[in-house]
Design a binder for this molecule. Structure first.
Ligand SMILES: Nc1ncnc2c1ncn2[C@@H]1O[C@H](COP(=O)(O)OP(=O)(O)OP(=O)(O)O)[C@@H](O)[C@H]1O
Ligand SMILES: CC(C)(CO)[C@@H](O)C(=O)NCCC(=O)O
Length: 484
C-alpha cells in the first residue's frame, strides 16, 4: 500500500489519493463511488455528525485505466477536519477474533499538537511505540507492514492504520502482553467481532478488565470491505491472462488451467466503485458466502466447512508441515495430477459429450487408493492436491450460488488467500471458464482484515448491536441450509 499524500476521512470517504495514483494515474482515475453508508455505521454518532458536518465532502474523481469514465477536474485540496472533542480516549483498536487468526487494526494518530502530546500518557506513548516500531510481537504476532494505510482520518484525527495478526490460540499471550504494556489500564472497551469475541469475552473481562463490545462478523466484514475499498483505489483487483483472452475460448494445446497457463496470469486493478450487487466469499477457517445488494442489505446465501482451516489441517496431516506459509510453499512446487484422478485417467482422453476435458480433475485424491502411487507421491504433490481440492470446491459452490442469484461479480476475501496467488488464479480461471465468461472473480488487498476494520469504524458508536443479527433469523438459516 502506498497511500501517502491524500487525506481520507470517514467524513470524506470518497476522497482518495495515493502515491500510486499521483505517479501513474490521471487525476480522474476513479469514478465517483456510489458509497452509501452501511446501516450499522449510519447508526453511529460519528457518521451522524459527518452528515451534519459543514465540511464539504471532497471527491477525487478518478477512474481506473481499464475502466475509463468521463474526465473530470482534479479534486481541490482537502479541508482540515475538525477534531472531535468527544472522541473516546486513545488507543483505538478494532478486533476480529476468528477461528484461526485474530486480526487487530490499530489507529495511530498523527499530527498531535503540543497540548495533546503533553497530555498523552507515558503508557499511551509506549503502546504506540511498541506497536508501530515492531513488525513482530512475541513468537507469533505479526504486523503486515505492506498493508499499512496512511492518512486516514477518523473523528477529526488524522492517522495511520496498522494491521496486526496472531493465532487465536495465542489470545492468552495477547492478554498477558496487554497487561504488561499497561493497555488494560487505558482501554476499557474494545469493539470486537468473530466467534472469539463471544468465546473469550469472559477472559478479557477477568484477565485485563476489558469489555468486548461485540459486533456481528458479517456486518463488520461488509462495512470494512466498503470502507477500505472507498479509500484505496488499488484495493480491488483481478487476475487474467495478459491478453485477457476469454479462457473458455482458449484454443492452444496448453490447458488453460494448467500450472503453465496460470503462471502467466497477471494482476490487474478493478474499479469497484459501483459494487452492487456482488457476492462476497469470505474464506477463513470456514467459508461464508453472502449476496450483497447494498451496504446494509445482504444475506448469507451459503457456506462450506471446507475452507482455509481444512487446507491447513489436511496439509499438516499429509505433509507434516507446520505453518500456512510452508503449506503454500510446498503447494507452489507440487503437481496435483500425481494425486488426483483426471478425466483422461478414466476416459483415456476427453469426455467430449459433456465438455469435460481430459485434464480436468475427475476425482480429487482419486489416485491415492493405490499403494504404489501413494509410495511415489511427494509432499509437494500432496500439498498441491489439497490446495486445488479446497479451492475448486469453493469455486464451484460460489459459481452455483452466483448463477442462482443472478450475480456477475464474486469478491473473494479472507486469509486463505494470503500469500496464495495460486488459489486466486485457480478461482479466476474456474469462475470464468465454467460460466463461459459471465462471472468475474475479484480479490481485495487487505484480504482478512475487513472485520477488524468494520469494528474500528464503530469505535464511537453508543449503539451496541443486538447479539443476534437480523440477517440470521431462523428463516434465513433454514434458507441457507436448504440451499446446499
Ligand atoms: N499465518 C497463518 N496462520 C494460520 N493460518 C493462516 C495464516 N495465514 C493465512 N492462513 C489461512 O487463513 C485461514 C484463516 O483465515 P481468516 O483469518 O480469514 O479466518 P478466521 O477468522 O480465523 O476464521 P473464521 O472466519 O472461519 O472464524 C487459515 O485457516 C489458513 O488457511
Ligand atoms: C462459522 C463461521 C461463520 C465463523 O467465521 C465460518 O467459519 C463459516 O462460515 N463456516 C462454514 C459453516 C457452513 O456454512 O458450513
Amino acid at each position: 500500500m502506498t497511500q501517502q499524500t491524500g487525506v481520507i476521512t470517514i467524513h470524506q470517504m470518497r476522497l482518495h489519493r495515493c502515491e500510486g495514483c499521483l505517479a501513474a494515474c490521471r487525476p480522474e482515475r476513479r469514478a465517483t463511488p456510489s458509497y452509501e453508508l452501511p446501516r450499522s455505521l449510519s447508526k453511529c454518532g460519528l457518521l451522524k455528525r459527518a452528515r451534519r458536518s459543514p465540511y464539504k465532502t471532497l471527491v477525487a474523481r478518478a477512474t481506473r485505466t481499464d475502466n475509463m469514465a468521463e474526465p473530470s477536474p482534479p479534486a481541490p485540496p482537502a479541508l482540515p477536519t475538525p477534531p472531535d472533542n468527544n472522541a473516546p480516549p486513545m488507543p483505538w483498536f478494532g478486533m476480529d477474533i476468528g477461528g484461526t487468526l485474530t486480526k487487530l487494526v490499530y489507529f495511530e494518530p498523527k499530527e498531535n499538537n503540543r497540548r495533546e502530546l503533553d497530555k498523552e500518557t507515558e503508557v499511551l506513548k509506549n503502546i504506540r511505540r511498541y506497536l508501530t516500531r515492531n513488525s513482530a510481537y512475541g513468537k507469533t504476532g505479526r504486523r503486515d507492514v505492506h498493508l499499512q494505510m496512511e492518512n486516514v482520518t477518523i473523528r477529526g484525527r488524522r492517522g495511520c492504520l496498522h494491521f496486526i495478526r496472531f493465532p487465536t490460540s495465542e489470545v492468552g499471550a495477547f492478554l498477558q502482553l496487554a497487561r504488561s504494556k499497561g493497555m488494560a489500564d487505558l482501554v476499557n472497551t474494545i469493539y470486537a467481532t468473530g466467534g472469539g469475541a463471544y468465546k473469550f469475552e469472559d477472559d478479557f473481562k477477568k484477565e485485563v478488565n476489558m469489555r468486548l463490545s461485540k459486533l456481528d462478523e458479517l456486518d463488520a466484514l461488509i462495512a470494512g470491505v466498503l470502507f477500505v475499498d472507498s479509500m484505496n483505489a488499488q484495493e480491488c483487483y483481478y487476475w487474467a491472462p495478459p491478453n485477457e483472452e476469454p479462457v473458455h475460448q482458449h484454443a492452444t494445446d496448453t490447458p488453460p488451467y494448467s500450472a503453465e497457463a496460470l503462471s502467466v496470469y497477471v494482476r490487474k486493478p478493478f474499479d469497484f466503485s459501483s459494487p452492487y450487487p456482488f457476492m462476497l466469499v469470505n474464506i477463513g477457517s470456514g467459508v461464508s458466502m453472502l449476496v450483497v445488494n447494498g451496504p446494509s442489505d445482504y444475506y448469507r446465501v451459503s457456506g462450506t466447512s471446507l475452507g482455509g482451516g481444512t487446507f491447513l489441517g489436511l496439509c499438516c496431516l499429509l505433509t507434516g508441515c507446520s505453518s500456512f506459509e510452508e503449506a503454500i510453499a510446498l503447494a507452489a512446487s507440487g503437481d496435483n495430477t500425481t494425486v488426483d484422478k483426471l478425466v483422461r485417467d478414466i476416459y483415456g482422453g476427453d469426455y467430449a459429450r459433456f465438455g469435460l476435458p481430459g485434464d480436468l480433475v475427475a476425482s480429487s485424491f482419486g489416485q491415492m487408493c493405490s499403494a504404489e502411487r501413494r509410495g511415489a507421491v511427494s509432499r509437494e504433490d500432496l500439498a498441491r492436491a489439497t490446495l486445488v481440492t479446497i479451492t475448486n470446491n469453493i469455486g464451484s459452490i460460489a459459481r452455483l450460488c452466483a448463477s442462482n442469484e443472478n450475480i456477475q461479480r464474486v469478491v473473494f476475501c479472507g486469509n486463505f488467500l494470503r500469500v496464495n496467488p495460486l488459489s486466486m488464479k485457480l478461482l479466476s480461471y474456474a469462475m470464468s471458464y465454467w460460466s463461459r465468461g459471465a462471472l468475474k472473480a475479484l480479490f481485495l488487498e487487505h484480504e482478512g482484515y475487513f472485520g477488524a476494520v468494520g469494528c474500528l469504524l464503530h469505535l464511537d458508536s453508543n449503539h451496541r448491536r443486538e447479539n443476534v443479527s437480523r440477517h440470521s433469523s431462523p428463516s434465513n438459516i433454514e434458507a441457507s441450509r436448504a440451499d446446499r
